[in-house]
Design a protein around this ligand. Structure first.
Ligand code: ZN
Length: 94
C-alpha cells in the first residue's frame, strides 16, 4: 500500500476527532420524524423546518436534535424561550 494513502487515512481519522475544524454553512436534509417526514435546512446561520411546530415557535424537536448531533459544527444555536430551558432542567432532574 502506498504510504501516501496511509497518511490520508490517518489524517482523516484525526480530522474526524476534531469537529471544531468544520463549520456547516448550508445543509438540507429529510428528517424522518415519528409523525412524518420534514425538510430541515440550515443557511445564513439559521434553521428552518417544514413541521407545524417550527412555524409557530421558530424551533422544533428536529432542529434541536440536529444541533445536538452536529455540535460545534453549527456555529450559532437557536435562541430558546426560558420555558424550554426549564423543560431541559426538569428532564435532567432524577
Ligand atoms: Zn421540525
Amino acid at each position: 500500500m502506498q504510504s501516501s494513502l496511509i497518511g490520508k487515512v490517518l489524517k482523516a481519522r484525526q480530522y474526524a476527532q476534531e469537529p471544531k475544524r468544520i463549520e456547516i454553512e448550508n445543509l438540507s436534509l429529510q428528517f424522518r420524524g415519528e409523525n412524518g417526514d420534514h425538510t430541515v435546512t440550515y443557511s445564513d446561520r439559521a434553521w428552518h423546518c417544514t413541521c407545524h411546530f417550527f412555524a409557530g415557535w421558530g424551533f422544533c424537536c428536529h432542529t434541536m436534535a440536529l444541533e445536538r448531533l452536529l455540535g460545534v459544527m453549527v456555529p450559532v444555536k437557536s435562541d430558546y424561550p426560558e420555558s424550554l430551558q426549564g423543560a431541559e432542567v426538569l428532564i435532567q432532574t432524577p
